[in-house]
Design a protein around this ligand. Structure first.
Ligand code: PHE
Length: 339
């Protein structure tokens, strides 16, 4: 009996010292586990005289039951403490101010680019992107602008080597596409272009959107109709277009396209400098030499092309007066372009 009490007392003492449920489980196993001391007592029964065995066995069982109850009680205590410690640790202060995650906005150039792609893909145009580093042939020669052609002076070119340059116009992509694909062609080509030019409305890097349509029987009327549709969607439902004769080596005839001023409706204001019209793009009927250069028969096919500055469209549409605002990335400016 005494031995049993000593076992119980030491088990209770150790259990009280165990601070975690893991440690308590180990103590419990020392007494009640397969190799624990109570199990050892049961195994020792064989040495007890047969007549004393039942009484002895009952005492061991009593001891085991008491130990189990004691361990269960302690276990509940320890677990309770562990739980409240965890809750304290993981507590969330719901009154704390949150971290602000500000939503960004699309850059006005990106917005206009997306809008243009939207308008023209609705008319069946496919997007094709050419490289920013071009060679002389694609940027000039194939576009009917051979070396020493005076039209090369229309664009101040950044040459990288004698042969390679930063493309001055997305028109270079026209050639790349027509070399690969034969008519019918309806291509839209957005991208960066580079010119040594720098003032309030010109930047050495800007974006253009090029369009090219080649098929049988394409005329200036097709260009005109498509541009009217573009102007109405991009600027205002009552926008009109007007074509003025112009010159580009790769189109013949060439035109400059004006859109009626969306600010004054054509009456004349500061945006359109009193004329009622704003120049938005260059265009024309693809010069037959350009088609020939790409292996397309100009007697069978004809086409039109147009090219516009995306920054310019964005400035007109949003009333931005300096092109530099578009590259400075001042968030106070950019935040104003929200849906
Ligand atoms: N590439 C011309 C420019 O950059 C624009 C243009 C494109 C004109 C296509 C006619 C046809 O000024």
């Amino acid at each position: 009996m005494e031995q049993f009490e000593t076992i119980f007392a030491s088990a209770a003492e150790e259990a009280a010292k165990a601070e975690t449920s893991r440690a308590l489980y180990e103590v419990r196993m020392q007494y009640l586990g397969r190799t624990g001391s109570v199990t050892a007592l049961l195994k020792g029964m064989r040495e007890i005289p047969a007549e004393e065995r039942p009484a002895y066995g009952k005492k061991i069982n009593d001891l085991r039951e008491r130990l189990e109850k004691m361990f269960d009680g302690r276990d509940a205590e320890v677990k309770e403490r562990e739980l409240s410690a965890r809750l304290r640790e993981e507590a969330v202060d719901v009154t704390m101010p949150g971290r602000k995650c500000e939503e960004g906005t699309l850059h006005p150039v990106t917005r206009v680019r997306n809008e243009l792609i939207d308008i023209f893909s609705g008319m069946g145009f496919e997007v094709f992107e050419g490289p920013e580093i071009e060679n002389d042939y694609y940027n000039f020669t194939a576009l009917n602008t051979p070396a020493d052609h005076p039209a090369r002076d229309m664009q101040d070119t950044f040459y990288l080597t004698d042969e390679f340059l930063l493309r001055t116009q997305t028109s270079a992509g026209q050639i790349r596409l027509m070399e690969k694909k034969k008519p019918p062609i309806k291509m839209l080509s957005p991208g960066r272009v580079f010119r040594s030019d720098d003032d309030a409305t010109h930047s050495p890097m800007f974006h253009q959107m090029e369009g090219l349509v080649v098929d049988r029987g394409i005329t200036l009327c097709d260009l005109r109709g498509m541009l009217d549709e573009f102007a109405r969607t991009m600027f205002s439902a009552t926008s009109k277009t007007r074509l003025r004769p112009s010159y580009f080596p790769f189109t013949e005839p060439s035109v400059e396209v004006d859109v009626s001023c969306h600010l004054c409706g054509g009456k004349g204001c500061s945006l359109c400098k009193g004329t009622g019209w704003i120049e938005v793009l260059g265009a024309g009927i693809v010069n037959r030499h350009v088609l020939e250069n790409c292996g397309i028969d100009p007697d069978e096919y004809s086409g039109f092309a147009f090219g516009m500055g995306i920054e310019r469209i964005a400035m007109l549409k949003y009333g931005i007066n300096n092109i530099k605002l578009l590259t400075e990335n001042d968030v106070r400016f950019l935040k104003q372009f929200r849906d």
